[in-house]
Design a protein around this ligand. Structure first.
Ligand code: F6R
Length: 238
């Protein structure tokens, strides 16, 4: 595991964007696994800037979204599809047919999860997975206690996760209680993982994830067992 300390949030974002750009330049048809949330916003902004300058070409890239709320339609500004479209997909030349997001409105959620896993498998798996870190140690929406061997599945969100995400909704009652997430298994099958973490308030959980025991109580701790993980952090390393 490589741990890179960034000077500030922008430095973290540029460094992460550099790694993603290198992936796209070296492998124009790569499969990128992409997370949502506050942490990657600067990374996506930097990628868009480089695209605007003509330095990046997304025409062959395939993007796989890490998770999606259940019961939130795709055009709703709270959906992760909407978030990633407005931060990245709509701003670069990625082909719409190369963007994959779990359908949180599917009638049969279990079937949708299976379909999503098969789609990823048919592309040969994820080349580079970008991850953020939840305050409770989750990656994707794999909440503490989730089995490490799970494929894509539907989860009930932890109350702490709902509270953390309430800032994006008018009130706490509107925060979805369920989501579809890539499981730990497909995340660990990604060939490379890039974890970005920003802020002192994540230092306790980052320390547990990187230096503590590998345990489902801290889902991100499983990353200690992945052969190619880069962590870029700002202000979160003790
Ligand atoms: C988002 C996701 C989550 C977030 C995590 C950190 O797709 O899967 O694991 O990465 O909750 O969120 P932020 O960056 O908002 O602190």
């Amino acid at each position: 595991m490589k741990i890179i300390r960034a000077r500030d949030y922008n430095d973290m974002s540029r460094k992460a964007a550099n790694i993603i750009s290198a992936q796209i330049i070296l492998q124009p048809g790569c499969v990128l696994g992409l997370c949502s949330g506050a942490t990657p916003i600067g990374t996506y902004e930097q990628l868009v800037r480089w695209y605007d300058k003509g330095d990046l070409d997304f025409s062959g890239v395939r993007a796989v979204c890490l998770d999606e709320y259940v019961g939130v339609p795709r055009g709703d500004p709270h959906s992760f599809r909407y978030f990633l479209s407005s931060c990245l997909f709509d701003c670069v030349n990625i082909r719409p047919e190369n963007v994959f997001v779990p359908d949180g409105m599917a009638g049969d959620l279990a079937a949708e999860c299976g379909r999503y896993d098969r789609t990823i498998a048919s592309m040969g798996g994820i080349d580079l997975q970008l991850l953020g870190l939840g305050y409770n140690g989750h990656i994707g929406f794999n909440e503490p206690g989730a089995a490490f061997e799970k494929d894509t599945h539907c989860v009930r969100l932890a109350e702490s996760t709902r509270r953390a995400n309430a800032r994006y909704f008018d009130n706490m009652h509107l925060v979805p209680s369920k989501a579809i997430t890539l499981g730990i298994k497909p995340i660990m099958q990604a060939r490379k993982i890039l974890l970005i973490v920003s802020g002192e308030d994540k230092s306790y959980v980052l320390e547990q994830a990187l230096l503590g025991p590998v345990t489902p109580r801290v889902p991100a701790s499983i990353l200690q067992l992945h052969p190619d993980v880069t962590v870029i952090e700002y202000g979160a390393m003790p």
